[in-house]
Write a protein that binds this ligand. Structure first.
Ligand SMILES: [Zn+2]
Length: 74
């Protein structure tokens, strides 16, 4: 498995490749540099929240999903 975790170079530069494809990531999530957390990074194509134009992986079903049907008791 390729190393796509964000890391600091010897020069002190933060490298943050997209965790999906490994390209230079532009969107970081959960970044807390003061706490030593380098977060999770994505490129523009794989950033969460972007409308998916291709089904790469099935999205997990949201927990506690409400249904408009099947209510009522009688
Ligand atoms: Zn990517």
């Amino acid at each position: 498995m390729p190393d796509r975790n964000p890391r600091l170079t010897a020069a002190g530069q933060l490298l943050h490749p997209c965790r999906v494809c490994g390209a230079p990531g532009s969107f970081g999530f959960g970044v807390r540099l003061l706490k030593g957390q380098l977060g999770t990074w994505y490129c523009g194509d794989h950033r969460p929240g972007r409308p998916a134009h291709q089904a790469a992986a099935p999205a997990p079903a949201p927990a506690g999903q409400m249904s408009l049907f099947g209510g009522g008791h009688g």
